[in-house]
Design a binder for this molecule. Structure first.
Ligand SMILES: Cc1cc2nc3c(=O)[nH]c(=O)nc-3n(C[C@H](O)[C@H](O)[C@H](O)COP(=O)(O)OP(=O)(O)OC[C@H]3O[C@@H](n4cnc5c(N)ncnc54)[C@H](O)[C@@H]3O)c2cc1C
Length: 364
């Protein structure tokens, strides 16, 4: 293993592998270090992403969507067309939504393969414990040096924790894979079923991914475990897998670049708070970061260009999503009967626009 790299990326999830793929495609010497032996495992995800066509509608300023998202068929468990938004009354509002319920483990493995094909090198099963100047220090005591170092380690990223002091609101999430037949429609549930957050049921080719995310300050002392058990038991008790994690839900942080350090993906808060989407958003950030890193090393382009391009492509979508989340958090403080009243045919399009990060009333 060489110890001098153009770019060292800490974390090989969607953000890190996409950064690696684009930086390496320009001929940069890229190393991705990941603490996991098998990147993507164990599963920590609801596994839903929009299809490429849906992404073109949702993020209209993001260019070349089909180049960015090359999800192989074996990483898609089920294609869906309808999302049901379900208030406590149980009466759904249905929306057209072209989604892909993934096999997330295969999805992340495919991203690693794409990055390797572009020329990136992976060092797995090695945890990064510190980053000092240009040096990345591994748990086994060894050191590697990179001109640029990227924090793509998720919401606990080592660079973010050491060099950034901005806090994100992290929402705890639990989920299970359940056996059975769950139809073809995606479900998002709101109300006391998931205080301040939502519960989901995403059908897969076989079984479903079902989970709950809550804001603890709204949960009146009941644990996330309690909410998850109550929700999932409505669907059955044949769980084949249980997982948990945390989602940064306050949107992107103010700056993604400090000196020769860059943050990308969850580490930079690249999750849309109004719907919890992080996979595709991390990849959008990763592509911009990878390209800018190359242009910086090749032509001296300031690394801050990464933030500018992000704002141009995703600034409005993120702003809308943060605003919807704040309004949603206000609404979700109210009792279920009030939430039932607000989810109706008249508000239907506003609710959908809020969840999908559009301007709620066309004007502000
Ligand atoms: C339960 C749950 C459900 C979710 N459901 C969805 C969903 O349905 N759809 C969606 O779009 N998003 C979903 N998300 C969000 C999505 O998973 C994340 O936004 C996305 O994974 C972010 O990608 P990332 O590459 O930034 O981070 P991650 O995918 O978290 O990858 C980080 C990588 O960094 C490695 N790493 C971390 N620290 C170190 C270190 N110190 N040294 C070495 N390696 C390190 C980790 O091993 C990991 O491989 C969900 C999240 C959770 C927790």
């Amino acid at each position: 293993m060489e110890d001098q790299w153009d770019v060292i990326i800490i974390g090989g999830g969607p953000a890190g592998s996409t950064t690696a793929r684009y930086a390496a495609s320009h001929g940069r010497k890229v190393l991705v270090v990941d603490g996991r032996e098998n990147i993507g495992s164990p599963l920590q995800c609801g596994e839903l992403v929009p299809s490429n066509e849906e992404m073109k509608r949702l993020c209209p300023k993001v260019p070349e969507i089909d180049d960015l998202f090359q999800t192989p068929d074996e990483a898609v468990s089920k294609k869906t067309e309808i999302m049901k938004i379900i208030p406590p009354s149980g009466k759904p509002l249905s929306f057209k939504f072209d989604g892909l319920v993934l096999n997330r483990v295969k999805h992340d493995e495919a991203l690693v393969e794409l990055a390797k094909k572009s020329g990136a090198t992976y060092l797995t099963g090695k945890r990064v414990v510190d980053v000092i100047d240009n040096k990345v220090i591994l748990k086994d005591g060894s050191e590697i040096t990179g001109k640029i170092i990227v924090g793509a380690g998720g919401h606990h990223d080592v660079i973010r924790r050491k060099y950034w002091d901005e806090e994100s609101l992290n929402i705890p999430v639990k989920f299970q894979l359940i056996e059975g037949e769950f139809g073809d429609d995606l479900e998002l549930h709101f109300g006391t079923v998931a205080p301040g957050g939502y519960a989901w049921m995403f059908p897969k080719k076989s079984g479903a991914n079902i989970g709950v995310g809550i804001q603890r300050k709204f949960s009146k002392g009941k644990s996330l475990n309690g909410y998850t058990e109550s929700f999932i038991k409505e669907y059955g008790d044949s769980a084949t897998f249980s997982g948990a994690g945390s989602l940064p839900m306050s949107g992107t942080i103010k700056t993604f670049v400090k000196g020769n350090y860059l943050l990308v993906g969850d580490a930079a808060g690249m999750v849309l708070p109004s719907n919890g989407a992080g996979i595709t958003i991390a990849m959008i950030g990763g592509r911009i970061a990878g390209n800018v890193i190359h242009e910086h090393l090749e032509h001296g382009l300031p690394l801050k260009e990464y933030e500018k391009r992000w704002k141009k492509q995703m600034g409005q979508v993120m702003k809308n999503s943060k605003r919807s989340f704040k309004l949603g958090s206000l609404l979700l403080r109210f009792p279920d009967w009030f939430i039932n009243l607000t989810f109706n045919r008249l508000t239907k399009s506003i609710i959908w626009r809020a969840i999908t990060c559009r301007r709620m009333l066309f004007i502000y």
